[in-house]
Design a protein. Structure first.
Length: 270
């Protein structure tokens, strides 16, 4: 059972938890600390890099999609002290998310011949669309993953690309604002080695996360994948962090022990 789950999404982006329901979910999982890392946004209900909610320590974080030289990757910022520059970039990204969300919804509705009845709002993402398709009475999709596979995945007929931040700028923005900046789920990318090479200029990497997720499955199949992550940790003296990447209500399926969390906490400060 991990001490901390350092990758959790809420309704501020495409998760199901709220700040009110998060403490109970953490207690049910036996988790003492949680990092709220919503996509391209800092949760508006968190007013400090570290706060306490219902006996659970909450790290104000962010997951930022960036355009690296060979592929897009996700950076995780921990202990955000929001700056004017970061706020401006996040506002730009949220505007793009809303426009992209509307276009995806339009394409899915045209493809399936249904009205999904979804509200495209700030923080909107593809999981919102997938859940709406699954819940619609006139569709035959039983799982979110099936919707991604058939419709809104990167090769799907309803996919719309996003206008994301350049890697160098994203890293600089997060470094100015956060106690630590890390690479999310390094083996989910089409080129894991290129992703791990980026760690040379980062503070952390997700060494513990759900390796069996369907995204990037071909990359995860390499038997030495976790060993490559461990080598990157040693080579670049990284924090070996991790979390469940929860979009639902279950926390603590993956995380880190107390010692590694304390190392991160020292980087964040009070």
């Amino acid at each position: 059972m991990p001490y901390a789950d350092l990758h959790v999404h809420t309704t501020a982006s495409d998760g199901e938890l709220t700040l009110e329901t998060l403490p109970e979910a953490a207690r049910n999982a036996g988790v003492e600390a949680v990092a709220v890392t919503d996509h391209d946004t800092v949760h508006p209900g968190l007013d400090a890099p570290l706060t306490e909610r219902g006996g659970v320590e909450v790290v104000r974080g962010i997951e930022l999609r960036v355009d690296a030289p060979t592929q897009r990757v996700d950076l995780l910022g921990y202990g955000v002290r929001e700056t004017d520059a970061l706020r401006a970039e996040l506002e730009r990204l949220q505007d793009d998310r809303v426009e992209r969300g509307r276009r995806i919804v339009e394409r899915v509705e045209a493809e399936l011949g249904v009205d999904l009845g979804v509200d495209v709002h700030e923080g909107f993402g593809r999981p919102h669309v997938a859940r709406a398709v699954v819940e619609h009475p006139d569709t035959d999709y039983g799982t979110v993953s099936a919707v991604f596979a058939d419709l809104i995945g990167h090769d799907g007929p309803c996919y719309v690309a996003r206008d994301v931040t350049d890697f160098e700028r994203g890293r600089a923005l997060l470094r100015e604002a956060c106690g630590a900046v890390g690479l999310a789920h390094p083996l989910r990318y089409a080129d894991p080695d290129a992703a791990l090479a980026l760690c040379e200029t980062l503070d952390a990497v997700e060494a513990h996360y759900p390796y069996d997720r369907p995204v990037g499955r071909e990359a995860d199949s390499h038997a030495d994948g976790p060993a490559r992550v461990r080598r990157a940790v040693a080579e670049h003296d990284l924090l070996a962090l991790g979390g469940s990447d929860a979009h639902g209500r279950e926390l603590g399926t993956v995380g880190v022990e107390r010692g590694e969390y304390r190392r991160l906490r020292r980087r964040i400060g009070d």
